[in-house]
Design a protein around this ligand. Sequence first.
Ligand SMILES: *Cc1c(COP(=O)(O)O)cnc(C)c1O
Ligand code: SF4
Length: 382
Amino acid sequence: MSESFAAPAAAPGAPTPEQWSDWRWHMRNRVTNLDKLREWVKVSPAEEEAIAGTAGKYRWSVTPYYASLMDPEDPNCPIRLQAVPSHGELLEFPDADVDPVGDMFYRKTNRIVHKYPDRVIMLITESCPVYCRHCTRKFHTTDVEGTYFRDNEGGDFEEDFRYIREHPEIRDVLLTGGDPLSYRDEKLETIISGLRAIPSVEIIRIGSRFPVLLPQRITDEFCEMLSRYHPVWLNTHFNHSREITPEAAAAVDRLLRHGVPVGNQTVLLKGINDDVDTMRKLMTELLRIRVRPYYLYHCDNVTGVSHFMTSIEKGWEIMEGLQGHMTGFGVPQYVLTTRIGKIPVSLPYHEVVEDGLALRNYRGQTMTVTGEHYRVSKPPSD
Ligand SMILES: *Cc1c(COP(=O)(O)O)cnc(C)c1O
Ligand code: SF4
C-alpha cells in the first residue's frame, strides 16, 4: 500500500482519505467547468471570460489535487496561472507556430519522433491529467482540433516497435505524450516490456507530470512494475516550489526506492517563475526531495503559449543567479528547443584570450589561466 494523505479541509464534496489517495477518483472528479472551479477559488472576471473564450478551442481540466494547491484569493497564483485558461491564449504573436520545434517534421511513424541519432521520443498519448496552459505540445494535447497522430491514438504499436528494431542505433527511448501515465499500468507494461525486448534499447525514459499534477498516480504497484524493466529513468516537470508538497515528495520517494532516478524539467514562464528567488527556491526544494534539476527550458513560441515567454536576458539573469550560488547539481541547463535540437544558451564563464582563457566566477571575480595546458589554438566557434 502507498502512503495515504487526507484531503484538505476545504475540499468540496469532503472526499475520504481513501478517495483522495485514489488517482482514479481524481481523474473522475476533475474540474472542467466554472461551477467546479468556484468550489475551489474565487474566480476572477478575467478568468471567467477566458474560460468562456477558450471553450471549444482548448481543453481544460484540473485534478482536485492540483486545484487544492491554488490560492483561492489570488488569480496570479502560480498554480492558477498554469492551470486556469487566460485571455493570452487567444492572442496572436508573430512567428508563433503549433510546432516550432519540428516534432511533426521528424516524426517517422505514428508515435516516433527521431531527431537525434541515438535516441527517440515516443508520443504514446494525447491525454493529460491537467492541461497545462503553457504546454509545448499544446496543439497535440490541448487544442480540441489538434493532434500529431495521423490516425487515432488507439492503433497498435507494431509499426513503432518495428521502426526501433530496424534502427539499432537507437539506444534510448523516451515515452512522452501527452502524459504516458494517463494509461493504465497494464497498458504501460505492454509498451515498456515491448521496448525491453528490443536488445539495442539500453535505457527507457518516461516524461510525466503526474508527480506534480496527481502524485497519487505513482503507486507502489506502478513503481514495482517499472523496476522490472530497469534501467528506467523518469523526468517530471515542477515549475514552482508551491508544487513540492508532502504528496509529491512521497511520490518521488516511491520512484527512488524502486530505483527510478527522478529528474526535473522546468519551463521559464512569465509571471510564474521568472525571477531568481523563485527559481532558487524551486531548485533547492527539489534537491531536498532528491529530484535532480535537468533542464530549464526557454518557453517555446507555441501558438496559445507565447504570452508566457520571457526574454533570453531574463533567462540569463536567472542562470547567473543560480550558477555558483547553490549546489552545482541543483543548477539546470538553460536550453532553447529548436528544429536542430536543444541548444544550451547560458552565458559562458570563460573567454578565449591570447595564451589561454579569461575566467570569471559567480561573484564577478576574474582571472586568467595561460600556458600550454590552457591555450586553445582556435576559438570553438570557428
Ligand atoms: C528532448 C528530445 C529528446 C531527448 O533529449 P535529451 O537532451 O537527451 O534529453 C529526444 N528527442 C527529441 C525529439 C526531443 O525533443
Ligand atoms: S502534462 Fe505535460 S504534456 Fe500534458 S499538458 Fe502538461 S505540459 Fe503538456
